[in-house]
Design a protein around this ligand. Structure first.
Ligand SMILES: [Cu+2]
Length: 584
């Protein structure tokens, strides 16, 4: 049951939003506006971004990035091959309590004051991670292990080139300050990045109007409210070990977090929906980013309570079916699960006049140790011939050249690695004691991620492909994410899956104490692109888990000299996969 009532009462009693401060937010129940766009020009996207914060309700803090024109968290629109130059200024002030918590997470051997090396990560530090892009893990490009910009630092320059073969699709940027990622993401510090040209890969999208919806989570606006009386009665509200509303298995009751869509808040307990305007019966490409810190989505579009087919064209920024000799036009689904960090792009047809149309998220069973991700409406879809015209994708696109590398599913892995997610009470005798979160290479000692460590947890070789089997030994879902690269999901919970697309973020099912083995996923990891040479991280994308240690580091070393694909000293990409062994 998705409720759409109560909006008016809610609007009257809600007073927490201010328009006079940094990072203003639209009113509850607003029409959803697209994020502002910054387009590259003549192959360059150069922009100024400033990180701001402002006090929110109940001691929370709002965060945002403003561009030079004062636009909030703009969508960065680029083409493959473009140069991106971002001048990032840190204007964070930690308005929540006015105190400064400078908590050095890195050894003093690194010069303080140098944003490339200080590793100083505090609530008022900032940096940027470009989630999904295959760009080098080095300072000024996509490093989050050392790069950290403090308030008062000179504008910090990000400068990188979008690879010529970066798949067209939806990517995103957000700060990645270890220990404080959750807080900043919950506050709204995130934005979309679109590599243009999806219509070149998926002709079914040519000429379609395009929408961008960024779904974020936030601390509850009304944490003390009882659930709406229109909901079924649920078990007594419990707090999970992370301090959030615990999964009660019903889809109702208090959620762990509220949601917003393009910053329009959707607060518990009545979830007054936002409004999406569409011309009746119009086909559109919807590009949806789950920028939540901890909330899973399970998206549906309902017309008169009937789930509508959503024609999937891309997941996690990568068009589907690109290696299939007989590609389907689109992959029709009636619901789409999206863990924090993931993206989906699909074709949807607008409702007819008179249809009762809703965009919703269904509950997700996050496990007995997980958070409560409830059923709720995101937006009413209003069919109207006066709905604004949206920018359209190119109607006669040049087809994208076929991929230059062999399909990942047909490349034999050079090794299999085993990793596992686990959690431990700091005091095993005290169930209320704090939890430590681990992501461990099997055989190594479980430990919280250490920003001071100089030793990578995994060393892999550029040019190769590996299979990783990742177990979940805890009783809640985790979302595995790795920077710099995509992978192919081969097995989920022991079952083979045949996916024709790549991901960079995937659910790992929880352990329910009733099976002989731990649930797992098997992933084929693609280390072929030379851009990823260097050291970077993999982690749980539930950011409170990442902040509390559920992360590891990997060093990708150049292929040895003399191998056919050696590009260690060369800028020319090694794309011929000649070192890869076809398995069939
Ligand atoms: Cu997790």
């Amino acid at each position: 049951m998705i409720r759409v009532v109560g909006a008016i009462a809610f609007l009257l009693c809600f007073t927490g939003i201010s328009y006079s401060e940094n990072c203003p937010r639209p009113a509850i129940g607003s029409t959803v506006e697209e994020p502002p766009d910054l387009h590259s020009e003549n192959g360059v996207l150069e922009a100024r971004l400033t990180a701001y914060d402002a006090p929110g309700v109940h001691g929370s803090v709002r965060y945002c990035f403003l561009d030079a024109a004062g636009q909030e968290s703009p969508t960065l629109r680029v083409h493959p091959g473009d140069l991106v130059v971002l001048h990032l200024t840190n204007s964070l002030s930690e308005p929540g309590d006015g105190k400064t918590h400078m908590a050095p997470m890195h050894s003093s051997m690194h010069a303080p004051g140098n944003p490339c090396t200080s590793g100083m990560m505090s609530p008022v530090s900032t940096n940027l991670h470009f989630h999904g892009l295959t760009i080098p893990p080095v300072c000024h490009q996509d490093d989050v292990l050392k790069t950290s910009i403090q308030p008062g630092d000179a504008p910090f320059e990000y400068r990188f080139r979008i690879p010529d073969d970066e798949p067209p699709g939806l990517y995103w940027y957000h700060p990645h300050i270890h220990g404080f990622s959750k807080q900043q993401l919950l506050g709204g510090a995130s934005g979309a990045l679109i590599v243009e040209g999806i219509e070149r890969a998926k002709p079914a999208t040519a000429g379609l109007p395009e929408r961008v919806f960024v779904i974020r989570d936030l601390d509850l606006v009304n944490p003390d409210s009882p659930p709406s009386k229109s909901e079924p009665v649920v078990p007594k509200f419990l707090i999970d070990r992370d301090g959030d509303a615990a999964n009660n298995g019903t889809g109702f009751g208090k959620p762990a977090k509220d949601l917003s869509i393009n910053y329009v808040p959707l607060p518990y307990p009545d979830y007054p929906p936002a409004t999406i305007m569409m011309k009746p019966g119009e086909k559109q490409l919807w590009r949806i980013l789950n920028a939540s810190a901890i909330t899973y989505l399970n998206l549906q579009v309902l017309f008169n309570k009937v789930p509508q087919p959503l024609g999937l064209v891309a997941m996690d920024g990568v068009p589907m079916d690109q290696h299939n000799p007989d590609p389907m036009t689109v992959d029709p689904q009636t619901h789409i699960a999206l863990p924090p960090g993931a993206r989906v792009e699909f074709v949807v047809t607008g409702p007819k006049e008179g249809d009762n149309a809703l965009f919703v998220t269904r509950t997700v069973d996050t496990g007995p140790g997980g958070e409560n991700d409830t059923n709720r409406a995101l937006a009413i879809i209003v069919p109207s011939s006066t709905a604004p015209d949206r920018p359209r994708l190119e109607s006669k696109p040049q087809p994208l050249p076929p991929p230059s590398q062999a399909w990942l599913g047909s490349v034999a892995p050079v090794r299999v690695r085993h990793l596992y997610f686990s959690e431990k009470l700091t005091d095993p005798n005290d169930p209320t004691s704090a939890i430590e979160f681990y992501l461990t290479v099997d055989g190594q000692q479980p430990k919280m991620f250490d920003m001071n460590s100089q030793t990578p947890d995994i060393v892999a070789q550029q040019g190769t492909v590996e299979d990783w089997i990742i177990e979940n030994r805890s009783q809640e879902l985790h979302a595995f994410h790795i920077h710099q690269l995509h992978f192919l999901l081969l097995e989920y919970s022991g079952r083979q899956v045949r996916e024709d697309f790549l991901r960079d973020t995937v659910n790992v099912p929880y352990f329910n104490n009733r099976t002989l083995t731990y649930p797992s996923v098997r992933l084929r990891m693609d280390f072929r692109d030379p851009n990823m040479v260097g050291t970077f991280v993999y982690h749980c994308h539930l950011l409170e888990h990442e902040d509390k240690g559920m992360m590891g580091s990997i060093q990708v070393v150049p292929a040895p000299a003399g191998t056919p694909c050696n590009t260690a000293a060369s800028a020319s990409p090694c794309k011929d996969s000649s070192r890869a062994i076809a398995s069939q």
